[in-house]
Every structure is written in C-alpha cells, then in structure tokens.
Design a protein around this ligand. Structure first.
Ligand SMILES: [Zn+2]
Ligand SMILES: [Zn+2]
Length: 243
C-alpha cells in the first residue's frame, strides 16, 4: 500500500538531474502541463528541454516556474526558462537579490558570495530574471493538486519549500541534502541566516509530511529522504544533549 501511494505521486514527478542538484517537473493530473521547480545550474537548459519533450509537452505548457531560492545552482537558468516557456516566476521576494547577484553576503557567508561571483564569471551568467509573483508563507498554489508555500528561512532569507497535502510530499529545497553516504545541512558558508535554521527544521518536521524530496539527493524516494531527515534531526538532538 505504502509503495502504491508513493508510486502514485512519484509517477507525476519528472526529475532533471544536473551537475549539482535535481530540478523537478511536477506534472498536472491530466498531463496537460507541468510546473518547473527550480531551474538548475547555468548551462543546463538542454536537460530541461529534454525533460519537457519526454513528457510530450511544449515549452508553453510549463505553467509556472517555482523557485526554492536564488542560489546559482537553482536559479542559474531562470532567465532562459522564463524566456523559453513564457511562464511566470514564483519566489519569495527576498530571493531577488540572489537572482540579481547583488545579495550583500557578510561574515563566513562571504565565501558563498565569492563562489557565486566566480561561478557567474566562469559560466557567463547573463541577464537576471524578475520574480513575477512574490510568495509568502502559507500561500496556496493551484498546481499538482495544490501546493502550499512553506517559508523555511536560514539557508537564504527567502528560502521556501512547497508542500502537497494531497500527496503528503514536502519539496524541501536546500533545507538539507540527502545522499546515502552523507545526509547533512548545507555547509555554514552557504547559509545567509544560520540562526533561523533550527526553527525551519522544526517547522518542516511539524508539517508531518510522509515524503520529503530535497534538491540535492541520490534517488527519488520520498520515504527514504523523510527517514534520513528524521535521523539527521535525531543526530542533532543527541549532539546537543551530549554537548
Ligand atoms: Zn542553496
Ligand atoms: Zn543547492
């Protein structure tokens, strides 16, 4: 039964695996379109085009572009994706500065800014895209049987997940990364507001999602990532009580 439920929604997710992370196409119930969740690292439009084609869809059938946050490995193809599909971009307004490459990184987070600047130069990042629809915590979006915006700040100030109550799936962005050899929070240099991360971890846990899908992972298995997320939280709790 568990397997059937998992298969039901996983069959409606097309993964787009890039050099650094995984973007997703969430396929509408009648397969008349899809929404694109994150756009990958610069230079990967070919992967997105191929995935859309594989679903038998035209670029114009991408209904919206949802952005978890504005780091380069998520927003790298944002301007291209918008021009190609003409779909509006949905993201938290705090992410515009990341998309534009103007976020005022400070402290240890300055290294993230340096890495992004180097990446932008190296990869020849062109014009930035404007967020069309600003998102806020609790917003309900109409796609995929309904998606709720879950603001999970810390990694960036506008970092958001998307929760499908219908399928019990939380798309958790960069809240944590989930590989069989390493389940971890993003490294400190990548986090703009680390003091907000514990509350966001707790908030994600309290949603009670049966399945979790991050953006950096090995296999599309929402039950596995949810188990790993719980194990990560338990490990943090043990470390805290030991320390
Ligand atoms: Zn990130
Ligand atoms: Zn990332």
């Amino acid at each position: 039964m568990e397997g059937d439920v998992a298969d039901a929604w996983q069959a409606r997710v097309q993964t787009i695996r890039g050099a650094m992370g995984v973007c997703h196409l969430l396929i509408e119930p009648d397969r008349s379109g899809a929404v694109l969740l994150d756009t990958g690292l610069v230079g990967e439009p070919w992967f997105i085009r191929r995935a859309v084609r594989k679903l038998g869809l035209q670029p114009g059938q991408v209904r919206a572009i949802l952005l978890t946050h504005g780091h380069l490995d998520h927003a790298g193809n944002l301007a291209w994706a918008k021009a190609w599909s003409r779909a509006p971009i949905y993201a938290h307004p705090a992410e515009q500065a990341h998309i534009d490459g103007t976020y005022p990184y400070c402290g240890v987070n300055r290294w993230c800014g340096r890495l992004e600047r180097a990446g932008r130069t190296l990869l020849g990042v062109g014009a930035a895209a404007k967020i069309d629809v600003p998102l806020a915590d609790g917003d309900e979006l109409p796609w995929w049987g309904g998606l709720r915006v879950v603001h999970l700040p810390g990694h960036t100030l506008g970092h958001c997940g998307f929760y499908s109550a219908r399928h019990g799936v939380l798309f958790s962005g960069d809240l944590f990364a989930s590989y069989f050899f390493n389940v971890h929070l993003p490294p400190p240099i990548l986090n703009s507001a680390p003091e907000l991360i514990p509350a966001s971890l707790q908030k994600a846990r309290e949603i009670g999602a049966r399945f979790i899908v991050p953006q950096h992972y090995d296999v599309l298995d929402g039950a596995l990532h949810r188990c790993r997320f719980e194990a990560l939280l338990a490990r943090r709790e043990r470390a805290r009580s030991a320390g």
